[in-house]
Write a protein that binds this ligand. Structure first.
Ligand SMILES: [Zn+2]
Length: 500
């Protein structure tokens, strides 16, 4: 048994929850649930990023205090978690007093260690990114490459973090820990950014008050990114009343992020931790962009956005959780549409898995009064090593590969149930032993799949395991033959046909 600490990015409260947020929450939840199955000591963190100019500006536009706007919008993200069946252990808000105090402690240490200086900053700034842009990050007519909006020329006196002095240590980190950033394409991107030459970065803002005060210069607040990145560390200090979880869970095993925030997590973040003399996270996993049909960018104005709430209302939360791991290789860009989700729902969840489970249980009830016969199992070879394979893939955050390995066995069981046609065997008393073996194999096969699939489709797996009289979803039961059911009970359709 080990320990496992996984984090989503914290979500900027200026936006309403959308598919991108759901995507990282679900991915992290799959990893967290899998590690809990294995008996690991798990902490899963998510939350909201609340400081900075965009929130202050939006609040002003609406005649609100920034904190009022943050309170209102943070609730929408909090409410998203139970909708997604997320099993997060804490929800951090960067406006929490304990977070702010711990940010000040860590960055004071960075300052005391001599890694800051006061200087004049000027450059092209994207208010949406809350980031000054270097030459390679500026689009035509001085626009933000990510947001495609005009950049603003800004000038002010700032505290700077001496990032440039960490160049050699960062290069060494990437050399010694080749899987620090995954997948490899993103690692190479981050490394080439480092090798292109690092400049010192702005650590504070002078004009702004909506932020964490710089303890050695209270006329400044910390630049929102440094306040935000530190959430991964500060949360452990106060997530549990009267208990500091830092030694138990730091450093994080996985930060899961989108590629639009790569630079902050793969360059700034390890450098600031080095400056504060804190241990570095093991991995930063960078997922790709979810695109609309035909690989086009999703946008409200084009009306091609996959709305996670609509998807869940129609198909249920398990279908969305399954679909997002299944259709797009985790780590790569890919298209997602409601039509494609519907197709996967019908063909895979309803037909392949749902029917397999219903048929197996119905046959056990019809031919054996719901008792699972004693005896031998078929297919042991086909399931051999699967539980280990899935665990190994998930250790590398290969959600899509792990799910595919499981699904190959869903299909194998479907071929198995077709081949010897148990309902024809049942007419022939001489072959009763064959039918016993088939029914026992189906019961155990379906149970094994339910345990393996539990991180993706927890509600459906729990229902199925209950019908099989084996409610334990622990990973010891992910091995075929480990807990053959004794008896089965009626099962409502797991993925009913949808009227649409
Ligand atoms: Zn931008």
């Amino acid at each position: 048994m080990g320990r496992f600490y996984v984090t989503t990015p914290i979500y900027y409260v200026n936006a309403a929850p959308h598919l991108g947020h759901a995507y990282t929450v679900i991915a992290c939840d799959v990893l967290a649930r899998h590690h809990r199955q294995r008996g690991d000591d798990v902490f899963f963190l998510t939350g909201t990023d609340e400081h900075g100019e965009p929130v202050a500006d939006a609040a002003k536009d609406q005649g609100l205090e920034p904190k009022e706007l943050a309170d209102r919008n943070a609730e929408r993200f909090k409410a998203l978690m139970p909708r997604l069946e997320a099993s997060n252990d804490f929800f951090i808000r960067t406006s929490d007093d304990q977070h702010k105090r711990r940010v000040q402690e860590v960055l004071q240490r960075v300052h005391d260690n001599g890694h800051t200086h006061l200087g004049m900053y000027e450059g092209w700034y994207c208010p949406r990114c809350a980031d000054f842009k270097c030459d390679t990050e500026i689009g035509p007519d001085n626009t933000c490459l990510i947001h495609e909006i005009p950049l603003v020329w800004e000038q002010e006196e700032n505290w700077f973090f001496n990032l440039s002095t960490f160049q050699a240590r960062l290069e060494q980190l990437y050399a010694e820990q080749p899987d620090f950033v995954q997948p490899e394409t993103r690692r190479n991107e981050a490394l080439s950014f480092i090798k292109s030459g690092l400049q010192d970065v702005s650590l504070s803002r002078g004009k702004l008050t909506w932020g964490v005060e710089v303890p050695w210069d209270p006329s400044h607040v910390f630049y929102v990114w440094f306040d935000a990145l530190l959430n991964y560390y500060t949360a452990l200090g106060y997530a549990r009343d009267g208990e500091d979880l830092t030694d138990r869970f730091w450093p994080a095993n996985y930060h899961v992020i989108g590629k639009d925030i790569l630079k902050f997590h793969t360059v700034f973040w390890p450098a600031i931790l080095m400056a504060a003399e804190l241990p570095l996270p093991e991995h930063v996993f960078v997922h790709g962009f979810l695109l609309a049909g035909g690989g086009r960018k999703m946008s409200k104005s084009l009306g091609n956005v996959l709305d996670p709430f609509e998807a869940m209302d129609t198909y249920g939360v398990d279908a969305l959780r399954y679909y997002l791991s299944r259709d797009v290789q985790f780590g790569a860009d890919g298209s997602v549409t409601l039509d494609a989700l519907a197709a996967r729902y019908d063909a895979e969840l309803a037909n392949e898995l749902g029917n397999l489970a219903s048929r197996s249980i119905a046959m056990l009830r019809r031919y054996r009064d719901g008792r699972v016969p004693e005896g031998e199992l078929d297919l042991a070879d086909e399931f051999a090593g699967l539980a280990e394979d899935v665990a190994a893939r998930l250790d590398g955050a290969d959600l899509t590969g792990a799910l595919d390995a499981i699904w190959q066995r869903v299909r194998r069981l479907n071929r198995y149930v077709e081949a010897p046609a148990p309902w024809t065997i049942s007419k022939d008393d001489v072959r009763a032993a064959d039918l016993d073996r088939v029914l026992r194999t189906l019961a155990e096969g379906v149970r094994t799949l339910a345990v393996l699939l539990w991180p993706w489709i927890p509600a459906s797996s729990d229902k199925l395991l209950a019908a099989l009289g084996r409610e334990d979803s622990g990973y010891a039961g992910a091995t075929f033959g480990a807990a053959v059911p004794d008896a089965v009970a009626e099962l409502e359709p797991l993925f009913p046909k949808q009227a649409r």
